[in-house]
Write a protein that binds this ligand. Structure first.
Ligand SMILES: *Cc1c(COP(=O)(O)O)cnc(C)c1O
Length: 240
């Protein structure tokens, strides 16, 4: 049974988020249809995802394989696009490729290879992949580095590896702004990385950037996807 109170709450916050996206697009001279909302539903139950889908949400993001695979199975009757946005271990590649349409957090050549192998065996169509960009070089937070000293985690090499994989499609870039940076600085830098990537990979047009606290800045700087959790669903209990 859908909870009508929860539905009303989600409808109101979804309206607010859509309004924020529309205002940011207007301010940037962009069309709101250029920006896809990805609802990041981690820690929230499948019932919430079902309510959001009923309210018109088409794209959802999760950051843990176990949680995501359970929800995707429970909601397999819905035409949702699942985005995997968290740090991913290679031994989870097989599971993730069975429900995700997009893996946004690819940050090493090894992971690209694992996903390519798994997608070849367990999917009937290519997997969309975004390369996660580390803007501050803090590899513990995930991401590949533009001009990285380690080839495995060098952004350009990871992008080339994805683009050269039979079962992967290089969609573009994703980032999480470093916590201590002003979002404008982070997303400006991401736009430069994206421009350089596009010169070698003209189809890699996706820019996944912007979360609850910084979506306006991300849209000004060219985000095509914003990943919104807290502003839609509420504060999460655990820090994750
Ligand atoms: C949790 C998460 C989000 C959503 O963050 P909010 O601040 O709750 O909107 C976006 N992207 C990634 C990678 C996340 O892990």
């Amino acid at each position: 049974m859908a909870d009508t109170g929860r539905r009303a709450q989600l409808a109101a916050s979804l309206d607010e988020v859509r309004e924020r996206i529309a205002r940011a697009c207007t301010a940037a001279g962009r069309d709101p249809s250029e920006v896809t909302l990805v609802a990041v539903t981690k820690t929230y139950p499948a019932d919430d995802v079902r309510l959001l889908a009923g309210l018109g949400v088409t794209d959802v993001g999760e950051n843990k394989d176990q949680e995501a695979s359970g929800k995707a199975a429970e909601l397999s009757d819905l035409p949702l696009r699942w985005h995997f946005v968290g740090q991913l271990q290679r031994n989870k590649a097989r599971s993730v490729v069975t429900y995700a349409e997009v893996v946004e957090s690819v940050d090493s050549r090894r992971l690209a290879r694992a996903l390519d192998g798994a997608a070849g065996r367990h999917r009937d169509r290519p997997l969309d992949v975004l390369v996660q960009v580390s803007l501050d070089g803090d590899l513990a937070r995930g991401g590949a580095v533009p001009g990285g000293i380690e080839a495995e985690r060098d952004l350009w090499q990871v992008a080339d590896a994805v683009a050269g994989s039979a079962h992967l499609r290089l969609g573009g870039v994703m980032t999480v702004a470093p916590p201590s940076w002003h979002p404008d600085l982070a997303f400006e830098k991401l736009a430069e990385v994206r421009a350089r990537l596009l010169s070698g990979h003209p189809d890699a047009t996706v820019v996944s950037a912007g979360m609850s606290g910084d979506l306006e800045s991300a849209i000004v700087h060219g985000a095509t996807h914003v990943r919104i959790g807290t502003s839609l669903l509420g504060m999460r209990n655990k820090l994750r």
